[in-house]
Design a protein around this ligand. Structure first.
Ligand SMILES: [Zn+2]
Length: 144
């Protein structure tokens, strides 16, 4: 967990990732956000320069919507990290739930060569979950 390893202009610390979801759907000043997230205001302004959502009033004061900002923080994390979890047999990523689920009622459909699609239902929302698999084996369907 080295804090200095990944230095970029737009580094979001773990601390911020944990705190950002607690921001309220209201307008904050840069100073308030910086205090809430425990980061220097200069860092916060860096993020604004890198696309963090904010607006300015006619006096050129910056206002930040807490919820929008939290969503942006979340996006930064997602764009920086590959999924940490390797999909296991029978698992897929549900776009609606934004999480990995065990695919229910999975069906394997050959696509081309060794590529197949595993298509089934999300156990959480009931939506369709698709997953591309290579060299599909029966293990993909072994669960309930
Ligand atoms: Zn789902």
């Amino acid at each position: 967990m080295s804090e200095s390893k990944n230095i970029s202009n737009c580094r979001i610390s773990r601390n911020v990732l944990i705190k950002a979801p607690g921001l309220l759907p209201m307008l904050y000043t840069t100073r308030e956000i910086a205090e809430d997230l425990d980061v220097p205001e200069t860092t916060l302004r860096d993020w604004l320069n890198h696309g963090a959502p904010h607006s300015r009033d006619e006096s050129n004061h910056i206002w930040i919507d807490g919820k929008q900002f939290a969503a942006w923080v979340d996006n930064q994390r997602n764009s920086r990290k590959k999924p940490a979890h390797q999909l296991q047999a029978g698992e897929g990523f549900c776009m609606r739930c934004n999480t990995i689920v065990k695919i229910q009622n999975g069906e394997i459909r050959p696509v081309k060569g060794h590529l197949s699609h595993l298509k089934g239902k999300c156990p959480i929302c009931g939506g369709i979950v698709n997953r591309g698999i290579w060299n599909a084996g029966s293990s993909e369907l072994s669960q309930g």
